[in-house]
Design a protein around this ligand. Structure first.
Ligand code: DX5
Ligand code: ZN
Length: 225
């Protein structure tokens, strides 16, 4: 049975000059790789595009989850899918009606998630929960790795868990931003199932050990009712 609780190392804090080695270090503790694509419009930085996804696809068999912090996720989905993305995550702040991007991802045969920023209420995601694979709850404002976990988001995670369980949906709740062993535990307690983490893994002296410890936190939950 596939794991319910998953670790998604975000390569945003990896050393891009030796990306293959960085991925190899954490691979055995990772359930997927989280790839933060930023376009300089939706958020100020420009980061990773399909060429890097293609390079990653060639060196790992982990699913590649592409978090599209871009104003036009619909226009980008095909390029990311062709590069080897296993799934894309679109922001509801960019596409308040995500029906077209959901349909596009399904046509392309990849997974689809929706993301909401800290100030965005859960309500905007509710109509789409039964059409997606993952709800990505931002626990920092998007744009940069290494920011502080915003604790005020925890009630939103709890509300998402309540609603997803009420409807009997099997979708994941991912938390993204400021996740380490302590905040990861708080997010899991609130109902998250997928921990995204960049700096708590790749900015540590021993990324493999950091990933192992986070994965252990998740393994402890696996099998719990
Ligand atoms: C933020 C990105 C996150 C980021 C997390 O805009 O979406 O995925 O990589 O970085 P940390 O774990 O360092 O907060
Ligand atoms: Zn992200």
């Amino acid at each position: 049975m596939p794991a319910r609780y998953k670790l998604a190392p975000s390569i945003l804090s990896a050393d891009f000059a030796r990306l293959g080695d960085e991925v190899a270090r954490v691979e055995k503790f990772a359930d997927l790789l989280h790839v933060d694509a930023m376009d300089g419009h939706f958020v100020p930085p420009i980061t990773i595009g399909p060429v890097v996804v293609k390079a990653l696809r060639a060196i790992t068999s982990l699913p590649l989850e592409c978090h599209l912090m871009v104003t036009d996720p619909l226009g980008q989905t095909e390029q990311f899918a062709e590069a080897g993305a296993s799934s894309v995550i679109a922001h509801l702040e960019a596409v308040p009606d995500p029906s077209a991007v959901i349909a596009r991802a399904r046509e392309l045969g990849i997974g689809i998630g929706l993301s909401i920023n800290p100030p965005t209420p859960l309500d905007v995601a509710l109509p789409y929960l039964d059409q997606i694979d993952v709800l990505n709850v931002m626990t920092v404002n998007p744009g940069w790795a290494g920011q502080k976990f915003i604790r005020e988001v925890l009630p939103k995670i709890r509300d998402a868990r309540t609603e997803i369980d009420r409807r009997g949906l099997g979708i994941g709740i991912a938390v993204d931003g400021g996740i380490d062993l302590e905040t990861g535990k708080e997010a899991l307690d609130a109902g998250a199932t997928i921990l995204g983490a960049a700096s708590a893994i790749f900015s540590r002296p021993d990324p493999a050990e950091a990933a192992r410890a986070l994965k252990e936190l998740l393994n402890d939950r696996e099998g719990r009712p």
